[in-house]
Design a protein around this ligand. Structure first.
Ligand code: AVJ
Length: 328
């Protein structure tokens, strides 16, 4: 109820994020406990994710980076070196730099909901590409976004290339992915007379043992990343979760074609978040992330359902990861 929400907000530490609090309280109150994966990425979580990309079992980042190194010239040839590159996310990664290096006359438009991330990413990118025109947009890219410079002075014929690397699409269900891909198509102005392209990285179905290893590395970095969510709840929301009573679990859900990450209670635990009491039995889990994996024809189907036609489909020799160029 409204009164309950207000009481919870009052019990949380001052300055805590009300959206985080609401997601945590709602997620822990469900029969199957779950917290959205987006809350992994506080400062420590972002650092731990960076560390994950370096562990030997986590192949996606290095495989996609190699695919971009190998094929960005072809992308640039196809869309033109002066296209407007619209990145969904603030583009702090090496991958953005690889793409922009191949498109020296591009305009770069990163879209991110976090103005702070956006500012930082733009600053460091501008330092590396002093002549690059950067137009940051602070917005939620899950919804269609009005781009500031589209079809402006350039008029019809402007080419826009959306960029969505990292298999981030895999965090969503297929239904949500189609919604997002359609929003991207709207954002890129497919109906505006110019050309809209999308360059997207998607992880593939493979041997479940390799998938599980990628999300449960021997060094335990992914475990720390997952468990950090509980620490964040304790830190930011005044929780009393006994973190050492939980263990990281990564499992392959064959039916849903996805890796699931959970935090499993080792034994019965009781704790509070913002004054609200919770209880978990031993073996009960909090579901923290889904990472959907696709086969090439399923990728084509997802894209087609959102109005995108595949132009090129690149993969590594082992067929671990796909880099897809599509046109609206
Ligand atoms: C950033 C969502 C692409 O799903 O592989 C890595 C996140 N979680 N290890 C992924 C993640 C655990 C990653 N994405």
């Amino acid at each position: 109820s409204e009164a309950q929400l207000q009481a919870n907000a009052a019990a949380a530490p001052a300055g805590s994020d009300p959206a985080f609090l609401a997601d945590v309280l709602r997620g822990l109150s469900q029969a199957e406990k779950a917290i959205p994966a987006r809350w992994f990425y506080d400062m420590r979580g972002s650092q731990l994710f960076e560390a994950i990309t370096q562990v030997p079992e986590y192949y996606p980042t290095r495989t996609e980076t190699a695919l971009l190194e190998a094929h960005c010239a072809e992308v640039a040839e196809r869309v033109g070196t002066d296209a407007t590159v619209v990145e969904f996310g603030s583009g702090s990664s090496i991958k953005t730099r690889i793409l922009l290096k191949a498109m020296p006359r591009a305009t770069y438009v990163p879209i991110d909901i976090c103005g702070e991330f956006l500012e930082e990413a733009c600053e460091s990118l501008q330092a590396q590409f002093p002549h690059l025109r950067i137009v940051p947009v602070e917005a939620n890219f899950l919804e269609p976004v009005n781009l500031p410079l589209q079809r402006g002075s350039a008029g019809a014929g402007e080419t826009v290339l959306g960029f969505f690397p990292g298999s981030t699409i895999g965090n969503m269900t297929a239904a949500a992915s189609v919604d997002l891909l359609r929003s991207m198509r709207d954002t890129l102005g497919a109906a505006g007379g110019g050309h809209a392209y999308l360059l997207i990285g998607i992880d593939r179905v493979k041997d479940p043992a390799r998938l599980v290893a990628a999300y449960d590395d021997a060094q335990g970095v992914t475990a720390l990343f997952n468990l950090n969510l509980l620490q964040r709840i304790n830190r930011e929301l005044g929780g009393t979760i006994p973190v050492s009573e939980f263990r990281h679990v990564a499992r392959w859900n064959e039916h849903a074609s996805r890796i699931e990450m959970h935090l499993e209670a080792r034994r019965t635990v009781r704790f509070e978040v913002a004054g609200q009491a919770f209880h978990m039995d031993g073996g009960e889990t909090i579901h923290t992330e889904n990472c959907h994996k696709y086969r090439p024809r399923e990728m084509r189907l997802l894209l087609a359902a959102a109005g995108w036609g595949e132009l090129q489909h690149w993969t590594d020799p082992a067929g671990d990861f796909s880099l897809v160029l599509a046109r609206a």
